[in-house]
Design a protein around this ligand. Sequence first.
Ligand code: UGA
Length: 479
Amino acid sequence: MNQYLKKSLLSFIIFTTFSYESAYQLSDNNNNIEFVDKELSKNYDVCVIGTGYVGLVLGSGLAEIGNKVICLDIDSNKIDLLNNGVSPIFEPGIEDLILKNTTSRNLYFSCNLADSIKNSQVVVIAVGTPQGPDGKADLSAIYSAAETIGKNLNSYKVICIKSTVPIGTWQKVTKIIRDSCPENCDFDLVSLPEFLREGTAIYDSFNPSYNVVGTNSEKAVNILKSIFKDLFNKAPLLIVSNPTAETIKYSINSFLATKIAFINELANLCDNAGVDISEVTKCMALDHRIGKEYLKQGPGFGGSCFPKDVQALIKIMEEYNVEPKILKSVMDSNEYQKRIALKKLYHLIGQDLKNKTITILGLAFKSGTNDIRNSPAKDILEELVKSEANIKAYDPVAIPEMRRVFSKVNYCNSLEEAISNSDAIIIVTEWKEFTELHDLLPKLDKKPIIIDTKDILNLEHLKEQGFIVDSIGRSCKCK
Ligand code: UGA
């Protein structure tokens, strides 16, 4: 029995005992294992293609509000995990939501794209659009999903693009579907941008500030209203054209990234000018023309969205003959900021890190996630591993991911272990657990230098206790 068959049978046993009667039938047809999911003969309100952060949270959320949803992925390992109640992504609350809705038979997972598309009224494309080598969004997964949808278009469907895509993608996707669908096929293509944040994705999906629907089809809007129910009622619903919806998504992410880059530069100014950035932003936040969100200084923005989307908007602007001067500066400024903690480290401890023990706290791009894509900690580690320093690192959830990138780092099992015998600690994300340092640090035999890039510690208090401390934008409190 080959490994795949063994794994499939294991899934079959766990799955049938774990959730509901929907059963996989395994048939060995010319050595091809064929999955036949009996539930696929039923109809679904929505099928979601792609089980990443966006697709999985959307699918589970739509199931929770009473829709029958099937989430699809071409990666059978992911689908096996999901069918066993295990989420392939770390997102607080997601496994409870999956368990609840698979048990109530509102939520299903499958690799069978063809049948699921045929049996669904609304088809959502939520596949990744990573940054390509040229800086543009790589749309290959979108185009492939569009072709599969076209080939299986057996009745009128609302087809939504949830993924972040450049202006005009809706036209290309419409053409691909038209070219691959049967004669006289009928569908509406809706651009449906997503605004949830990793780490708070479930809260964000149930508490939208606004909803954007890009289409000129009233029929599609009405169908989506019946699917999204209260989620469309509890926040402003903006019905716009497809290209407007595509532009809105990039505009919001790029504007927020610009806001952060600006505040980071201002924080660096405050450090040199002896001013406390938190007092400056407190006042800025009171000005309703500015608003209080995304004014927090730090070690640079990261993640799978801001860096990729700013870069993609730069490319889009260039294609439309607009010089993206501001956005180029935002990217440059962010690259600089990602190394600011190291500059502070060298200033306090010297350039020669030989025999020094440096501790990095927080490895993902922010707290609440194990996603290390474009994380500032990665840039810091990249430079530190070139030195002869002894590097220790700790993160509540992201160690396995970072271990795959940097194997020579001493990953610790606890905060206590990470900070013991350390010459310097750099805090890179804002996990609440890290505030326990207030209790842990005074117990240490050796007092480390502390660089708090996320402003989570009471620096004045630590300074009074004899620690050498530094921050971003609040250095005046450390001197
Ligand atoms: C971002 C957007 O906030 C979401 O609205 C959007 O849906 C998502 O991208 C996407 O396009 O899929 P996300 O990348 O999950 O969400 O994370 P954020 O919480 O927005 O943080 C992004 C980066 O900015 C992080 O590195 C964070 O630490 C940093 N940040 C955020 C700051 O440095 N300061 C702040 O005040 C806020």
